[in-house]
Write a protein that binds this ligand. Structure first.
Ligand code: PFF
Length: 453
């Protein structure tokens, strides 16, 4: 078993793990899901999914990672899993790399928007524009679907990631998270205060916080569970990899609860920013799905707020930090895999992970513009990778992991890890083990099947 470095402090490991969880999933996926799922009713189901399934599945990854003390495949090997179970780690590593290759493109856009906000380019007139909305739509066309600018910023983001990963666990990942995550929360608090004091903020607030249970359908539950898994970074091997850097004293249950609640808090704070902001300026009829929320609707909101450039710099800084701390964590899955399986140096492993990302991300980036005619199953490369990895690989990996830990792993593995070998007593522990064994695989399988119906 290889000797691993560890996070230097509990705050550092929480900052890094929360940094991984808090990402574009919180900023643009969550508000869009809330909007489609009927507001507060979705929020309540989402909270239920985080508590009932998200935290137990997170704990199963923590238990495996810390017991196995290695990368996603090595951890399974080290806890005595037979060879066919290694496929569970293999799926997580494959999913993580595929997700990384398209997420890096979006991370590049956030950097591009940050730079354009600083230079003021985002607000410069576009030829032939007719209104604000078309201004930012035209800007998005320019920044996202042209060939070179998005590519350059994607590459820049890959190199920033490489620089941090080369610094290693303590001096790279942990140090960056310790600086970035408090800044992230600070900027987010500023946005919440400003959004809540906008005129007519109440209408957005009541959509977000007053539940209308008639809106709940089977598909609300399916989307809430999918969102919870994506947002908590489950099934990607990230938490297995990070928990191999946890010391044996870290209380896993308390850590998982803290990380999940902070991730939930960020999602709720994002809702408190976005819904008041869009109702306040009468933009709530617009679709806020995906990229258009952050790259079109919000910049439009900023122009109504006075000092648009300042708000836009702050917001895209927030977004770039969220993206960076997530891409780092997902890239570390492959870096750890290469270091542990092939016994290479960290430098070599970082290069082996980062260099192929250049052409792969370039293909994803160009698939938004120049190569948009090239499709797989009717989707461009970007959307295909997103759907294949997020909707298929993540749930399949999570189901198999729960089945392995619940039924095939050494009997006391979960209990020993969650109780720190009997030194922590909590009624939650048997409940978590029961959920991982019975409830989680069945519910995730239902979600997986229903996405195809
Ligand atoms: N939890 C992350 C998010 O909400 O954005 C999920 C994630 C996606 C992590 C992509 C890392 C990543 F590269």
């Amino acid at each position: 078993m290889s000797k691993k470095t560890q996070f230097a402090s509990r705050i550092g490991l929480i900052a890094a793990t929360v940094g991984s969880a808090v990402g574009l999933g919180n900023v643009w996926r969550f508000p869009a899901e809330v909007q489609e799922g009927g507001g507060a009713a979705f929020l309540l189901i989402y909270i239920g999914c985080v508590i009932l399934l998200g935290i137990p599945v997170m704990l199963s990854e923590f238990a495996l990672g810390r017991a196995g003390h290695s990368d996603a495949i090595g951890a399974l090997k080290n806890v005595g899993a037979s060879k066919r179970w290694w496929v569970v780690g293999g799926i997580a590593i494959l999913a993580s790399y595929l997700i990384l290759s398209f997420y890096m493109v979006v991370a590049g856009w956030t950097l591009e928007y940050l730079v354009q906000s600083v230079t003021g380019g985002l607000f410069e007139p576009v030829a032939g524009e007719a209104g604000l909305n078309s201004h930012f739509t035209a800007k998005m066309e320019e920044y996202v679907t042209t060939d070179w600018p998005p590519l350059i910023f994607t590459f820049l983001m890959i190199f920033i990631n490489l620089g941090i990963l080369l610094g290693g666990v303590q001096k790279g990942i942990e140090r960056m998270s310790n600086i970035m995550m408090p800044l992230f929360f600070l900027v987010l608090v500023v946005f919440v205060v400003v959004a809540l004091s906008l005129p007519d903020a109440g209408a957005g607030l009541s959509f977000f916080l007053r539940p209308d249970f008639s809106k709940i359908t089977g598909s609300t539950i399916v989307s809430a569970l999918g969102q919870a898994f994506f947002s908590l970074s489950l099934g990607m091997g990230i938490l297995i990899t990070y928990s191999a850097y946890f010391s044996s004293k870290v209380p896993l249950v308390r850590t998982a609860v803290t990380v999940s609640l902070l991730d939930l808090l960020v999602a709720i704070m994002m809702g408190l920013v976005i819904f008041p902001a869009i109702t306040s300026f009468g933009l709530d009829g617009e679709t806020i799905r995906g990229a258009s929320l952050v790259f079109v609707t919000l910049p439009e909101v900023f122009t109504h707020m006075g000092m648009p450039q300042l708000w836009s710099i702050l917001f895209f800084f927030l977004l770039a930090v969220a993206a960076l701390t997530s891409t780092i964590s997902i890239a570390e899955v492959s870096v750890a895999f290469i270091i542990d399986r092939f016994h290479t140096s960290r430098i070599k492993a970082c290069l082996i992970v980062s260099l192929p990302l250049l052409p792969i991300s370039a293909v994803c980036s160009l698939s938004m513009g120049l190569w948009s005619d090239f499709t797989i199953l009717g989707m461009n490369v970007f959307d295909f990778l997103d759907n294949f990895a997020t909707n298929i690989l993540l749930p399949v990996g999570s189901i198999l992991l729960c089945i392995f830990l619940g039924w095939f792993a050494p009997r006391n593995l979960m209990y020993d890890q969650l109780s720190n070998h009997g030194t922590i007593r909590s009624r939650l522990i048997p409940a978590v083990i029961w959920i991982v064994k019975y409830l989680a695989p069945v519910l995730i399988a239902v979600v997986l099947v229903s996405t195809f119906l």
